[in-house]
Design a protein around this ligand. Structure first.
Ligand code: SAM
Length: 202
């Protein structure tokens, strides 16, 4: 297994290194994308594929009167995300659970916002997984996707060749899946670095 396979599912010692690197390496992209998210200070937020939990920490600052929950199917990610957000967990403002996006451990209509940073590339069944996100969002809630790769540049192939099970989607691809899942008002934003942010409403 190559080191970069840990982006799909961090495991073992190399997975621990990868989640620490991702917490640092994805921060600029996350800050850029979050300009397009308009969340209330008391929002209930779910971060899917939360990795090492740096984005949960940022979301807690954006929603200081709300609650931010995270899920990830990797035990290594969950452990790191819990460590990074230990204070908020102790204060009852945050939880992190080991779970897959295929079956979110939440009742329907719970969240104002569901975020997915650098993770939809690896989701096994995008149509079903987006329906699952739709299920847990409140009516009017926002699904926010932020990716460093937008499926339109030559460097994208480099990643899909070295990481098994990775698919890079264009904004048009994502719009089709989102609308199939029931979402509306799909909007996308791109920058010169090839980053992509897509938001959609339930
Ligand atoms: C490239 S990392 C991104 C982590 C974090 N969101 C960030 O931006 O730093 C992808 C994460 O998504 C998680 N992931 C991938 N597929 C998943 C799935 N089907 N269900 C839950 N988590 C998943 C991986 O375990 C990994 O922690």
């Amino acid at each position: 297994m190559s080191f970069f396979e840990n982006t799909r599912k961090p495991v073992g010692f190399s997975g621990k290194i990868m989640v620490a690197m991702m917490n640092f390496g994805h921060s600029a992209m996350a800050a850029w994308g979050l300009h397009f998210l308009h969340s209330a200070p008391d929002a209930m937020v779910l971060d899917c594929g939360c990795g090492g939990g740096a984005n949960i920490k940022t979301l807690l600052k954006l929603c200081p009167k709300g609650k931010v929950q995270g899920i990830d199917y990797s035990a290594v990610s969950v452990e790191k995300a819990r460590k990074v957000n230990a204070g908020a967990i102790a204060a009852g403002q945050c939880t992190v659970q080991q779970a897959s996006v295929a079956e979110l451990p939440f009742e329907a209509d719970q969240f104002d916002v569901v975020t997915a940073f650098e993770t939809v590339y690896f989701w096994p069944e995008l149509a079903q997984n987006f329906r699952e996100v739709y299920r847990v969002l409140k009516p009017g809630g926002t699904f926010f996707i932020c990716n460093e790769a937008n499926g339109e540049t030559a460097k994208d192939d480099k990643w899909t060749q070295i990481i098994n099970g990775m698919t890079i989607y264009t904004d048009a691809d994502l719009k089709v899946y989102l609308e199939q899942a029931g979402f509306g008002r799909v909007q996308s934003h791109k920058n010169k670095k090839g980053w992509l942010c897509v938001t959609a409403q339930k």
